[in-house]
Design a binder for this molecule. Structure first.
Ligand SMILES: Nc1nc2c(ncn2[C@@H]2O[C@H](COP(=O)(O)OP(=O)(O)OP(=O)(O)O)[C@@H](O)[C@H]2O)c(=O)[nH]1
Ligand SMILES: [Zn+2]
Length: 398
């Protein structure tokens, strides 16, 4: 973004094109979390105390959590409710300054005679969900901060699901320091209960028992209670028989009270429909999927936190089409620890775990140390990272 428009943005609701942006009134919004639904970590509290200690007007400072970004404009949840806020000039202007993302804890103040609060500092993050945008010459885009668990979502369909996509989303998540779970949506679109069970079994084989796999058909579930339907019952039995969990209620259980979750999936995956089912009412705009190729329209333009009744908080972000891997080796090792251990003892440091002599990974796989699904995912994602590392723009730093 050009410097000029950045300055305008810091002042208020004006875009670079001169048009006024109409922002939702935060005091009237439904489903905004309450102050008691969220809590900063001790480290964030400490950082806030330090920032306060260094301030000339410590009493004017408050701690808050960024609960929305509407086209980039933040709203912050404080002890006295949500307020619209703008960035302090330092945050808006300094290229290196951490820009607040949804989920961030911040230090803010409300200057007298000002209609907006001012975010002065972003407190240290316990996790940040980020993705690489625009290939190896691109930039790192932070999607949300302080997320506990990422629900890596994919829609069922005629062609089944993509294990690569699931492993990729888990790798990006693990790299960011959050836990992950797989959520398969639109279960009713699977060709048969058997193919659905095969997808669940393949995911379980790839990730092992530590990764929850939940399958749902949110459109057909009413407030988390599945309708009495023989077809759905057959799907549920197939999923549970393959080691997965069934239903919107099981998705809710992934984000218990006090925790913050986020759904990561392509546009059209059924995220808004799932969130509506989790909320038990129509709260989110859902878009029609293009008939021709099944691709979704981007209907989500806001990033925001939503409180789930009887559960935690979900961060709702726009769908993402691509999730390139660039320097996510640490994440890959967290998702496939058994493979990572073996890869460390291959004879060649740049072993591709194909037909090289002395490959510890292939040796361990033949002894059954991990599954073929885990090995395949590791090989292809590691290869992608080797390639992107070779072409990485040296000016771009993680
Ligand atoms: N058959 C079936 N269709 C579903 C289900 N869930 C969602 N859909 C449909 O899939 C389409 C896309 O759903 P959305 O919930 O808008 O998808 P989204 O991921 O939020 O899309 P974006 O807002 O574009 O990111 C809509 O036409 C929904 O009706 C489901 O469980 N079964
Ligand atoms: Zn090897």
């Amino acid at each position: 973004m050009a410097k000029r428009s950045k300055r305008r943005q810091a002042r208020g609701g004006r875009r670079g094109n001169g048009q006024e942006t109409v922002l939702p009134d935060v005091s009237t919004l439904a489903d905004v979390p309450g102050w008691g639904d969220l809590a900063p970590t001790p480290l964030q509290d400490e950082a806030f105390a330090a920032w306060r200690g260094a301030s000339e007007d410590p009493d004017g400072l408050e701690e808050g959590c960024v609960c929305r970004l509407d086209r980039g404009f933040p709203a912050v949840l404080t002890a006295s409710g949500p307020v619209r806020a703008e960035h302090a000039v330092r945050i808006a202007k300094e290229a290196d300054a951490l820009k607040p993302a949804v989920g961030d804890w911040v230090a803010l103040r409300r200057p007298a005679g000002h209609d907006m609060a001012v975010i002065e500092e972003v407190l240290p993050r316990k996790s940040e969900v980020a993705r690489w945008r625009g290939g190896s010459r691109g930039e790192r885009q932070v999607l949300a901060a302080n997320v506990d668990v990422v629900l890596c979502a994919q829609a069922e369909g005629r062609r089944g699901i993509s294990l690569d996509r699931a492993a990729r989303a888990a790798t990006v998540t693990a790299d960011c320091g959050a836990a992950w779970a797989v959520v398969l949506t639109k279960a009713d679109c699977a060709p048969s209960p058997e193919t659905l069970a095969a997808d669940v079994a393949a995911l379980r084989a790839m990730f092992g028992p530590g990764t929850p796999v939940v399958v749902c058909a949110s459109l057909l579930e009413d407030g988390g209670e599945p309708e009495q339907d023989a077809g759905l019952e057959a799907l549920r039995a197939a999923v549970e028989g393959a080691g997965g969990s069934w239903g919107v209620g099981a998705v809710r259980a992934l984000v218990p009270e006090g925790r913050t979750g986020m759904v990561l999936g392509e546009s059209g995956v059924g995220k808004s429909t799932l969130l509506n089912a989790l909320l038990g009412h129509e709260a989110l705009e859902t878009g029609a999927v293009r008939e021709r190729d099944g691709a979704g329209r981007h209907t989500t333009v806001t990033r925001r936190m939503v409180r789930l009744p009887g559960a935690g908080v979900i961060i709702d972000c726009p769908g993402l089409r691509s999730l390139p891997l660039v320097g996510h080796e640490r994440g890959l090792a967290k998702v496939f620890p058994e493979v990572a251990v073996e890869a460390g003892s291959c004879r060649f440091r740049d072993c591709t775990h194909g037909s090289e002599p002395g490959c510890a990974v292939v040796g361990a796989a033949s002894r059954g140390a991990f599954t073929a699904e885990a090995l395949d995912a590791w090989r292809s994602l590691a290869a992608e990272m080797r390639e992107s590392a070779g072409t990485l723009d040296p000016d771009v730093r993680l």
